[in-house]
Structures are given as structure tokens and as C-alpha cells.
Ligand binder design. Sequence first.
Ligand SMILES: [Zn+2]
Length: 179
Amino acid sequence: MGLIIRSSAIHAAGCYTTTDIRKGQRVAEYTGHQLGKAEADAAYEESPITYLFGLGDGTVVIDGHCAAMFINHSCDANCETSEVDGRVWVTAVKHIAAGDELTYDYCLYDGGDDEARCNCGAARCRGTMYSREEVKRRKAVAKEAALKALKKTAKKKRGKRKAAKHASEWPVHGSLHTS
Ligand SMILES: [Zn+2]
């Protein structure tokens, strides 16, 4: 099996196989220096591109330095990643023909303001590289924020109305003869 890195239609550089890969075959290991989450956040705060892979509960990340770090995301990927005893393997989930680009689903989380738009081109592209759970979580957070903003405006409006009434020293036309 041979992996090569060349430019990709999905994003920048991609990882391609020069030989056929059978389903279930391990194609690469995601290796690199291991960092604490806080350490990685500080190191890459200003960087638009990172090759960080979260291990376990995400407190430790691998700072990619390997062929696998060039594997692009796809919503209809031909590989998946799995963590075995602290090592991350990329495994084919379907037959991959020689010349094909390798992909796996990034299932991103913890991206802050980054939309992490997806350009994978798959028919069922979900439009973002965030995981389904993360998309749900972000939607819930956005809804909560929108609701809070709405409540704030409603309160403000109520406050204004009251203030206006209070400020008016003259009777408002019509309002005194309704009973
Ligand atoms: Zn996609």
C-alpha cells in the first residue's frame, strides 16, 4: 500500500492511495506529538489550520505529523478513525480503488466561532465538518442565545412603554372614556 499527498478538490492537499485497499484494512496511523488541550489551544490560537486529533475525552490531542493528517473530511467517507490503546488508526470502511482520495468524517467539536464549512461534494453533505451531536449542541446554544436576546428586547420594549406613560403628563386621547 502506498499513500501519496497531492492537491485535492476537497481542500488544499489530500491523501491518495496508489493501490487498492480492501474494506477493513488499516491504512494509516495518526501520529504526532501529544499535547494537553489547553497547550494546543494556546499554540494554535491564531492559526487558521490545525491538525489536531482529540483523544479519549478530548483532554489530550495529537498534533499531527504524518500522512494521515492530510486526509480530508468527507460526509460520505471511505475511511473511519478509531482509537486503540491511545493510538489512532485510519481504517477503510469500503473498498477503495487505487488513485482514490482517502477521507474520513472529522466529527469536529469545540470549534468556537468557526463554521467549519464542508466542501466534500457528497450527495448527503451536511454542510459542516462538525459531528451531528455538535451540530445539535451548537443549534441549541444558538437558540438559547436568540431566545435570551428576544427576552431582552421584549423587556426593553416593556420598559420603554412604561417610561413613556410615566413621562406623559397629559391624558392620552380616548383612553379616559373607555368604561
Ligand atoms: Zn460534506
